[in-house]
Ligand binder design. Structure first.
Ligand SMILES: *Cc1c(COP(=O)(O)O)cnc(C)c1O
Length: 396
């Protein structure tokens, strides 16, 4: 037997965390890491945040799970808060991002079905998108590495170039249900869509009665400095998928929709055994308690500006390695002139955690609770590491 007990689908590295404290992780032998990866934009309160930890502990002792066949005071509370804070009128809770996107896809198709137009089932999606690893969500991207070997994929998706409004509009036909887009692409390389593009999609949806579906699994939940990224584009979606940061590390996702968009989602059309269980709701509420206020969001924007400025100041000292910084708030990416994956791997050995992404970008996704000292430490150590980095032969 050579296969590992953990199905070997991840290139697991030598970092083996067993404990976390704030912005730091600790390995099996006590090694310390500065965590500017946050479980890939998940641990937005860092590790071991007392309010989140206590909320989970208390709820676990009170009531962990019951069936969705019963009334849910816990779910009603969190859904009401999300409704009050966003464009949405209704929420379906899931356990992951891909499931939140699946619910969004089903909601969009079901909208047209409910309106007597079941032939409107195609979603237009965008190059280098990442929507998850389920069959529908890999069918919704053109990234070959996600799809290879999993044919037949699901029909009903049409991929066009990201941030190209003409291409998106030209792809609309009588079968189009709407657009599915990350306003800021994450895995694809921290690429914010332009305002004109997003507003153009909104207008096309208004003109043709189509659904605008945002995948804010990575860019949502305060990451960009507003509770959701769409607030910075001056438009509202019809449907939005959230996950990652929404549970602060507890597995939780949500599909938010307007009443109009959700008109087809009636009794019996969708479900989840775990989705929205009381333990997950307690985690979601604890995260909102901390992040959903002006003071915290202003902190995220300020830290984002300072981290970005510090990175931009550092780049000219290593201009053989780094090209530029992009992103919004604390969802930042450093475009590299060499293989970002090799560099991120090497940084781990230096005690610094970041995440590689497409287009040779290194993602910098710190917990949102960082302060100036963490920024200084990260940039100083990154600069020191960059100074002695030797590009490995296979990355040239
Ligand atoms: C991570 C991610 C997903 C998938 O989330 P999972 O919880 O891994 O299923 C979907 N969309 C975007 C934009 C993501 O970043």
């Amino acid at each position: 037997m050579t296969i590992t007990p953990l199905m070997p689908v991840y290139p697991r590295c030598e970092v083996r965390p067993v404990r976390g404290e704030g912005v730091y992780l600790y390995g099996e032998n006590g090694e310390q890491y500065l965590d500017f990866a946050s479980g890939i934009a998940v641990n937005l309160l860092g590790h071991g945040h007392p309010h989140l930890t206590k909320a989970i502990q208390n709820q676990a002792a009170q009531l962990m799970h019951v069936s969705n066949l019963y009334g849910s005071p816990q779910g009603e509370r969190l859904a009401q808060r999300l409704v009050d804070l966003t464009f949405a009128d209704t929420v379906f809770f899931t356990n992951s991002g891909a499931e939140a996107v699946e619910c969004a896809i089903k909601t969009a198709r079901r909208y047209h079905h409910a309106k007597g137009q079941p032939h409107k089932h195609d979603l237009i999606t965008f190059s280098n998108a990442f929507h998850g690893r389920t069959m529908a969500t890999i069918s919704a991207t053109n990234q070959e590495k996600l799809r290879d070997g999993f044919a037949p994929l699901l029909p009903g998706f049409k991929v066009v170039e990201f941030d190209n409004l003409d291409a998106a509009l030209a792809a609309v036909d009588d079968h189009t249900a709407g657009f599915l887009i990350e306003p800021v692409q994450g895995e694809g390389g921290i690429r914010p869509a332009s305002k004109e593009f997003i507003q153009g999609l909104r207008k096309a949806c208004d003109d043709n009665d189509l659904m605008l579906v945002f995948d804010e699994v990575q860019c949502g939940m305060a990451r960009t400095g507003t509770l959701f990224a769409y607030e910075q584009y001056g438009v509202e979606p019809d449907i939005l998928a959230s996950a990652k940061g929404i549970g602060g590390g507890f597995p939780l996702g949500a599909c938010l929709a307007t009443e109009k968009a959700a008109q087809g989602m009636v009794i019996g059309t969708h479900g989840s055994t775990y989705g929205g269980n009381p333990l997950a709701m307690a985690a979601g509420e604890a995260v909102l308690d901390v992040v959903a206020n002006d003071e915290f969001l202003a902190h995220v924007r300020q830290m984002g500006d300072r981290l970005r400025a510090a990175l931009e100041q550092m780049i000219p000292n290593h201009d053989g390695l780094f090209d530029s910084v992009r992103g919004m708030g604390l969802m930042l990416g450093i475009k590299m002139k060499t293989d970002s994956r090799a560099f991120v791997n090497w940084l781990r050995g230096q005690g610094l955690l970041a995440v590689a992404a497409g287009d040779n970008v290194m993602r910098v996704l710190p917990p949102l609770v960082i302060d100036d000292n963490h920024i200084r430490e990260f940039v100083d150590r990154l600069s020191q590491a960059a100074a002695v980095y030797e590009v490995p032969a296979e990355a040239l």
